[in-house]
Write a protein of this length. Sequence first.
Length: 169
Amino acid sequence: MLNAVDFLSDEGFAKLKAAPNLAIISIGDPGSDKPKALAEHERLNPNRVLRVEFIDLELEDVKRYGLSADQLCSRGQIKSMLEFIDRLHTHKDLLRLIVHCRMGISLSASVALLAHMKTECWFPRIGQAKTANKNILRLGAEALGKPVVFPLEDTKVSKEAADPLRPMI
């Protein structure tokens, strides 16, 4: 069962030690190499790692940059991530989901928010998810059948609880 979710940058993810109670959603740019740190998580928990690739733009920005809309997060990728989250949430052990992307600001925050909305697991830094990618939130709301909401003001948590690298389980 998922009991917590958090999001990290590639830099923060590189510092995260693989552990039996961790599950990972790794988000990269299309065609990018997997982070080196992902290999240890895959070795320890091969069924608890999901890698997806898409760019961090909003639909309206794609044309401005001369990119294809198929490089954005798709409905199929949202479905894949939500199915992965469902599988984790039905697991008998308590698990912590870490979602990471290059900067740890927009993509990972939006997917962590979707995981929280789907499972109601603890999300200590939900107030820091304000820069979540709107395209992912829109697709996630469609898939979940409900709006994706988060606090308008920062959720107050202790400094220790706000540390995404601290053990939670």
